[in-house]
Design a protein around this ligand. Structure first.
Ligand code: AMP
Ligand code: FES
Ligand code: ZN
Ligand code: ZN
Length: 323
């Protein structure tokens, strides 16, 4: 028995259980792209956006975001500029950057390549080494997160983009939120939203895949045959509360299709009725970027790391490549 596409009758590629449809590759890709478009419209992600910085790591999510967003952005007259950061995590970063660049080229999107080490004098491998040596208070991924957020924001300001898009999907947002709540960090609930409007020099953040699951996103990149890196960062802990939550939510989703999205929408409604306080922003005394402390976390990390490396020459260079 061969399952047939509910729309065209050709061989089915997958079944979308909560809408009771079997779809061929082409119709699945269209279905996914429509879902992304609906998310952009429903949450007004392109409102006041003329130029959008699309951050692509080379992983399936951000690659999917770029492919799904490109034709629709064009229709809406939103200009895309790509960004990929070479974090200096050995072979993992090398392959990730290659995949991101391939995605930019295939989509005819101009892009920036920021080499963390060349531009700021340290890389993530150095951070990882010192997290243990110096018994730094947080894990590698947490420092990496602040490095990425800093560079996204700075690149957006420097290249006059009105917003930054990342590939966070429904599983990422739900698991991050539940983990934050379980550790009492209620303020972080605000990051659940598909859009966080910018203030001052903090650029607006959008998450066009907010309503799509890990699985749906993976099926999309497979359906269009896009290449992506399916390696996990070597610094990702084998086990974590966030990973466990994703696993458990997926078990529930399997039994009750549509569960994740329903939970997400309800949490957004609760959030709308809540006042989440965010601390006051100041400008970092070193770099002038928005920060909650006198010296921003990026500058503190950078000083600590470059001290450790010694006085290695750090010529400043942003490698902006045009297609
Ligand atoms: P992660 O923090 O690795 O879960 O990534 C979340 C999102 O941040 C991805 O979907 C990308 O949009 C973006 N991102 C992560 N790493 C990079 C990178 N090295 N360069 C550009 N964007 C990235
Ligand atoms: Fe940042 Fe792994 S990608 S620590
Ligand atoms: Zn079909
Ligand atoms: Zn700073």
């Amino acid at each position: 028995l061969v399952l047939r596409c509910s729309l065209c009758g050709s061989r089915a590629f997958t079944r979308v259980r909560y809408s009771r449809l079997s779809l061929c590759r082409r119709h699945y890709a269209e279905f996914f792209e429509r879902r992304v478009k609906n998310t952009v419209e429903r949450y007004r992600l392109f409102k006041n956006v003329k130029r959008l910085l699309v951050c692509v790591s080379g992983g399936k999510d951000s690659v999917a975001m770029l492919y799904a967003l490109k034709p629709y952005a064009e229709k809406c007259n939103v200009e895309l500029l790509g960004l990929t950061i070479d974090l200096g995590i050995g072979d993992y970063s090398k392959r990730s950057v290659e995949a991101a660049v391939e995605a930019f080229k295939n989509n005819d999107v101009e892009y920036l390549l920021v080499d963390l080490s060349a531009e700021y004098g340290f890389d993530l491998d150095t951070v990882a080494e010192n997290v243990e040596k110096l018994r730094m208070p947080k894990g590698v991924c947490s420092y990496c997160g602040s490095v990425k957020r800093y560079i996204f924001n700075k690149a957006a300001l420097d290249s006059e983009c009105d917003a930054v898009a990342t590939g966070h999907n429904l599983d990422d947002l739900l698991s991050f939120t539940l983990t934050s709540m379980a550790s009492g960090q209620v303020d972080l609930l605000i990051k659940l939203q598909p859009k966080n409007r910018g203030v001052d020099r903090l650029v607006t953040r959008i998450r066009p895949l907010a309503t799509l699951t890990n699985r749906e996103t993976l099926l999309y990149v497979m359906s269009i045959g896009a290449s992506y890196v399916d390696l996990e960062c070597p610094y990702t802990p084998e086990r974590s509360m966030q990973k466990t939550i994703v696993e458990k939510l997926s078990e529930i989703e399997h039994r009750y299709p549509g569960f994740k999205l329903a939970l997400y929408k309800s949490l957004l409604r609760v959030l709308r009725k809540t006042e989440v306080k965010t601390g006051p922003l100041v400008h970092c005394e070193k770099c002038g970027m928005p920060s909650s402390t006198r010296i921003c976390s990026f500058c503190r990390l950078k000083s600590l790391m470059t001290e450790r490396i010694g006085e290695k020459t750090t010529e400043t260079r942003v490698t902006a490549r045009r297609v």
